[in-house]
Write a protein that binds this ligand. Structure first.
Ligand SMILES: [Zn+2]
Length: 155
């Protein structure tokens, strides 16, 4: 059994289950998981579609572009700025591509890749998302996601 969306083997657990376990680690507030939470969410939803996430794809894409180009510190600074800016607006607003400028636009016309060289199963390692090397694995996961969508654009 492989995931129809990212191509990962669904053993020991399906992608969605792993994702929820990873989110629990992110929300623990501990490093190395918490600092890369934004990257994790953007990457997972660029590998897995959901009606809610589809609307955010362009923003997720802009987040990964900035992370891979400028690094985690720059991304976190932009995220903090977005929160500040958005909290001043009536009713608030979700982050947009304008909060993470400088990258190429999301390839809206590209077909979903369906396979990625790095998936959440690789980030999970033995299923526990071990702390050693976690950020490196997340970075490879993000880079593989951008690479696959970029290749899909050229098909
Ligand atoms: Zn998957």
């Amino acid at each position: 059994m492989t995931c129809a969306e990212c191509g990962a083997p669904q053993i020991p657990r399906p992608c969605q289950d792993l994702f929820h376990e990873l989110l629990a680690l992110d929300h623990s507030g501990r490093a190395p998981w918490a600092p890369v939470h934004t990257v994790v969410v953007a990457t997972f939803y660029l590998q897995h579609s959901s009606p809610v996430a589809a609307a955010g794809r362009a923003t997720h894409w802009a987040i990964l572009q900035m992370y891979l180009r400028d690094g985690l510190d720059a991304l976190l600074a932009a995220a903090r700025q977005a929160v500040r800016r958005n909290s001043h607006r009536f009713g608030g607003r979700r982050p947009t591509v304008d909060d993470y400028p400088g990258g190429p636009p999301f390839p809206v016309a590209a077909p979903a890749p369906g396979r990625f060289t790095t998936t959440i199963v690789d980030v999970a390692v033995d299923g526990t998302f071990p702390p050693d090397g976690h950020e490196d694995r997340v970075r490879r996961w993000a880079a593989a996601t951008v690479a696959a969508w970029t290749a899909a654009t050229d098909r």
